[in-house]
Design a protein. Structure first.
Length: 160
């Protein structure tokens, strides 16, 4: 059996006797990938989520597509022991997924703690959609900074 491999249309199998059209194996394939990196530093003691500036936008090609979001972040907890922070992934203004980042117990002036998050989202749109990492201080103050070089967000459109 002959098959056609096309990077824009997936894998198409030829018409089989008795069927009306070729079959395309496309569900689950990655249609596009977008990456965002942090370009600044944020220090906050806000008890509600505020944007970190770590963001990326994607325009799904179909309203049935899913978006797989990966975020890898480093938070710095400052000042005194007991500082706590949380991170979240937002789609536009909606909190999709939040995690308790960490608690700083040490006696040094600061410590950097990496946090990774992921979520499979169904935005149900073909409009440009922004995904952003937010942060809040559960107690004390937290920084979100580009010093470590590992703050990024990756968006992957997955065909439905």
């Amino acid at each position: 059996m002959t098959m056609i491999l096309d990077g824009t249309a997936g894998i198409t199998y030829p018409v089989v006797a008795g069927s009306a059209s070729a079959v395309q194996a496309s569900s689950g394939r990655v249609l596009q990938v977008v990456q965002g990196i942090l370009t600044g530093t944020l220090s906050t003691s806000s008890a509600t989520f505020v944007t970190t500036g770590l963001t990326a936008s994607i325009t799904p090609s179909s309203s049935s597509s899913k978006v797989l979001v990966f975020a890898s972040c480093a938070s710095t907890f400052n000042s005194s022991a007991g500082n706590q922070g949380s991170l979240a992934i937002y789609r536009n203004s909606t909190n999709l997924h939040s995690v308790f980042g960490a608690q700083f117990y040490g006696s040094a002036s600061s410590v950097e703690i990496p946090v990774s998050m992921s979520i499979l989202d169904s935005p149900s749109t073909t409009s440009s959609t922004a995904y952003t990492v937010y942060i809040k201080a559960d107690s004390g103050s937290v920084n979100f900074s580009a010093n470590s070089g590992n703050n990024y967000i990756i968006l992957m459109e997955i065909a439905a």
